[in-house]
Design a protein around this ligand. Structure first.
Ligand SMILES: [Zn+2]
Length: 362
């Protein structure tokens, strides 16, 4: 069964193909209006995310299909203590494909193993949200004509922002990409993301705390929210927050064809005065979310009998995942599953949530 948990399960050719289908949907929507007639999308939202759920619902309805599901755990059997696997087995009987959001990291992995229909991860905690990344890639492609040879500024909370980590992972596969990482010291991009995707000369990048100085060279400016609780003190937050709020003044030296993006919802990190600037692309980005989800639903339904590409893990009794946000921390009957990612340094990762572990060598 083909599912999508992590953007990196898709090859670059597959991402390009999804973008091409989405662009065709935008050009000729009538061609697709009955493409999923008689099909049902299950939307299992164990935590509320109205925006993402509406985007999936709109995508399936635009393909002529139907939607059923729940929008928070309290309205589902999960509130009675049912496991993710059982919920998904039950909903597999009522639907042809499932989009699932869950607060625990790795819950969609459990779902993909239990389901008899394709699972789309619509966000699992701070872990993955592949359809947001696909939305971002479609937006960049439409605005810039290509995903190659771009200088991409990422601004705000680069430490905890999962959308930023996934975008770096996906864009690091294209050529001529330079990242400009704009963040306060406290919220710099974590070392492991740099090591995995940017380090060792794999990709060009610079780090700065100064948004305005970085502005002139950017082709893309990807803004994210800085949450107050991430800072050591309220004073520290007040001192820094304005430096990372985008205003028209800060755009004075920007390129005329800069593309300003934001995964939304925005709080105050982009001034509303920027909304009317032709370089503001974030509302269009939200619109693109519907088209790329249509393309993804079509692809997974067409390929549902193909083998699972979800990254494997081996059951083990030697290692226990130490991540308190991992699904194995609440569903203790799940087997611990790990895969070895670096034999030389004996690094393993939890198959559910990707938490690192270094088991003792026998
Ligand atoms: Zn884990």
């Amino acid at each position: 069964m083909r599912s999508l948990i992590d953007i990196l399960e898709l090859t670059t050719a597959e991402i390009d193909e999804l973008i091409a289908v989405a662009e065709d949907i935008i050009a000729t929507p009538e061609k697709y209006a009955e493409a999923c007639k008689g099909k049902i999308l299950g939307t299992l939202f164990f935590e509320p995310s109205t925006r993402t759920r509406l985007s999936f619902t709109s995508a399936m309805m635009s393909l002529g299909g139907n939607v059923l599901g729940f929008s928070e755990a309290t309205s589902s059997s999960a509130s009675k203590g049912e496991s993710v696997a059982d919920t998904v087995r039950m909903v597999s009987a009522y639907s042809d494909i499932i989009a699932m959001r869950h607060p625990k990291e790795g819950a969609p992995y459990v779902a993909a193993k239990a389901a008899t229909v394709p699972i789309i991860n619509a966000g699992d905690g701070g872990h993955f949200h592949p359809t947001q990344t696909l939305t971002d890639l479609l937006t960049i492609k439409r605005k810039k004509g290509s995903l190659h040879n771009l200088t991409v500024g990422l601004c705000g909370d680069l430490k905890f922002g999962r959308t930023v980590h996934s975008l770096i992972a996906a864009m690091s596969r294209y050529t001529g990409i330079k990242f400009v990482l704009i963040a306060p010291e406290e919220l710099k991009l974590p070392g492991y993301v740099k090591y995995e995707f940017l380090g060792d000369g794999k990709l060009e990048y610079v780090e700065t705390t100064d948004m305005e100085a970085a502005m002139p060279e950017l082709d893309i400016l990807y803004m994210t929210r800085i949450q107050q609780e991430r800072f050591a003190s309220h004073d520290e937050y007040l001192r820094l927050k304005d430096s990372y709020i985008l205003t028209l003044d800060k755009l004075a030296n920007a390129k005329p064809d800069l593309c300003i993006m934001h995964p939304l919802p925005r709080v105050n990190e982009i001034s509303v005065k920027v909304d009317d600037d032709p370089r503001a692309c974030y509302f269009e980005q939200a619109k693109n979310g519907r088209y790329i989800r249509m393309a993804l639903i079509l692809k997974l339904l067409a390929e549902k009998d193909q083998p699972d590409t979800v990254r494997p893990g081996e059951p083990t009794t030697e290692i226990t995942c130490s991540n308190p946000r991992c699904i194995t921390s609440t569903e203790q009957e799940l087997p611990q599953m790990f895969r070895c990612v670096d034999e030389e340094h004996n690094i393993h990762r939890c198959a559910y949530c990707d938490q690192k572990a270094y088991p003792k060598k026998k």
